[in-house]
Design a protein around this ligand. Structure first.
Ligand code: NAD
Length: 361
C-alpha cells in the first residue's frame, strides 16, 4: 500500500537532511508518495507567512508528515512555525527516543530511553504578560485581590496551565506507547511539591490513569532528581513522561547522552495527525554546505515507518543506519573522534552509504 506523506523540507539545513531521509526511506521500500510542501523562511516573502494554510491542509488530509527544521523568525511578529504546527494540529505528544548506538562516541553506552513530552500546555501555552504593559497592571491587581500576592511592578509573567484533560490524555498515550513497545516502566518527572496546582495535577492524575495499566510500572521522580539520575545512571530509566517545559529540557539532555543532536529523532503525535522531525534545529551556519548529519532525520523516518505500520521497512532502515555507524567510515564530522577529522563525509555521502547497505542486505 502506498502512503501519501506530506514532506516539509524546511529551511537552513532542512532541505539537505530531508533529501537524505527521503532517499533512504524510499530505498528501504517505504512505498511513499511525497506531497512536498514548502514552509519557513523560504516561503515567507512569497506567501506572506512562514506557515501557509495549504501546509496544514496537506497534513490534515495525509495525516502524516516528515518535516525538516524551520528557523524561528526573530522580531517579525510571526510565532514559531514549529509551535504553531503543534498547536494548530493539536499534536499533544512529543516522542523522543534516546538509545545508545554502537560506535557513536558517548559516555553512556547502555541507554535506551524514550522521552514523552506533553506538547500543548504548561509554560509553553503562550500566556504571556509583558513587564510594564497595561494587562500586567490588571493581572497584578487581581493577584493581590485573589491571593494577597504582590508581584513586583517591573516583573514579566508567564502563566503555567496544566489541566486534568491534558494530563490524562498524555498519560494514556505514554502507557499505551509503553505497552505497545514492550516497555516496563513509565517515570513521571514533576515538581509537585512546589507547583502544587499545576505539576500537582499532572502527578495526581498520572497516578490515577496509571492504575488502568497494571502491566506497566508507574514511578515518579522530582525533575531535579531525575536530572541527577540521568547523568549518573541513565541506563536504569525507561519511559520518561514530562510536562512541556521539563520535557523540552530533558529530551535535549537525553540527546546529549546518546551522542548528540545529529542522531536524535522525534515525533509529534495527535489524534488526527503525526509529524516526524529531528530534535535539532535549522543550524543556519551550515546551510548548503553538505556537512551536517542526516541520521536524526533518517531515524525520524524510521519512527514514521513504524507509525505507518511498516515495521519491515523501518527495521531494514534502522539496521542499515546502524551498519554505517558501526563501520564508522561514512559518517559526518560530529560522529568522528574529533570535529576536524579529515575523513568525515558529507550529508549526501551518508545517504549513499545507507542506501548501499540497504541494497546489499
Ligand atoms: P540547532 O539545532 O539548529 O543547531 C545548534 C548546533 O547543533 C549547530 O550549530 C550544530 O553545531 C549542531 N547541529 C544541529 N543539527 C546538526 C546536525 N544535523 N548534524 C550535526 N550537527 C548539528 O539549534 P539553534 O542554533 O538553537 O537553532 C537554529 C534555528 O532552528 C532557530 O531558529 C531555532 O528556532 C530553530 N529550531 C527549529 C526546530 C524545529 O524545526 N523543530 C528545533 C530547534 C530549533
Amino acid at each position: 500500500m502506498t502512503h501519501r506523506i506530506t514532506l516539509i523540507p524546511g529551511d537552513g539545513i532542512g532541505p539537505e537532511v530531508c533529501a537524505a531521509a527521503r532517499a533512504v526511506v524510499e530505498a528501504a521500500g517505504g512505498d511513499v508518495d511525497w506531497d512536498v510542501q514548502e514552509a519557513g523562511a523560504t516561503v515567507m516573502e512569497r506567501e506572506g507567512t512562514p506557515l501557509p494554510e495549504r501546509v496544514l491542509e496537506s497534513i490534515r488530509s495525509n495525516r502524516t508528515a516528515l518535516k525538516g527544521p524551520i528557523t524561528t523568525p526573530v522580531g517579525t511578529g510571526f510565532r514559531s512555525v514549529n509551535v504553531a504546527l503543534r498547536q494548530d494540529l493539536d499534536l499533544f505528544a512529543a516522542v523522543r527516543p534516546a538509545a545508545s548506538l554502537p560506535s557513536v562516541p558517548t559516555r553512556h553506552p547502555g541507554v535506551d530511553l524514550v522521552v514523552i513530552r506533553e506538547n500543548t500546555e504548561d509554560l509553553y501555552a503562550g500566556i504571556e504578560f509583558e513587564a510594564g504593559s497595561e494587562s500586567i497592571g490588571i493581572l497584578r491587581e487581581e493577584l493581590r485581590r485573589l491571593a494577597g500576592f504582590e508581584v513586583r511592578p517591573d516583573a514579566g509573567v508567564t502563566v503555567k496551565p496544566i489541566s486534568v484533560t491534558g494530563t490524562r490524555r498524555i498519560v494514556r498515550f505514554a502507557f499505551d506507547f509503553a505497552r505497545r513497545n514492550g516497555r516496563r516502566t513509565v517515570t513521571v518527572g514533576h515538581k509537585a511539591n512546589i507547583m502544587r496546582f499545576s505539576d500537582g495535577v499532572f502527578l495526581e492524575h498520572a497516578g490515577e490513569e496509571a492504575a488502568g495499566y497494571p502491566d506497566v510500572a508507574f514511578a515518579e521522580c522530582q525533575v531535579d532528581e531525575l536530572a541527577l539520575r540521568l547523568t549518573s545512571a541513565p541506563e536504569a530509566l525507561d519511559v520518561l513522561l514530562l510536562p512541556n517545559l521539563y520535557g523540552d529540557i530533558v529530551s535535549d539532555l537525553c540527546a546529549g547522552l546518546i551522542g548528540g543532536l545529529g542522531v536524535a529523532p522525534g515525533a509529534n503525535i495527535g489524534d488526527e495527525a503525526a509529524v516526524f522531525e529531528a530534535t535539532h534545529g535549522s543550524a543556519p551556519k551550515y546551510k548548503g554546505q553538505n556537512r551536517v548529519n542526516p541520521m536524526a532525520m533518517m531515524l525520524s523516518g524510521v519512527l514514521m515507518l513504524r507509525h505507518l505500520g511498516r515495521d519491515d521497512a523501518a527495521d531494514r532502515l534502522e539496521a542499515a543506519i546502524a551498519g554505517v555507524i558501526a563501520e564508522g567510515g561514512s559518517v559526518t564530522y560530529d560522529m568522528k573522534p574529533t570535529r576536524d577529522d579529515p575523513t568525515a563525509v558529507g550529508t549526501s555521502q551518508v545517504a549513499d552509504a545507507v542506501i548501499g547497505k540497504l541494497q546489499a542486505a
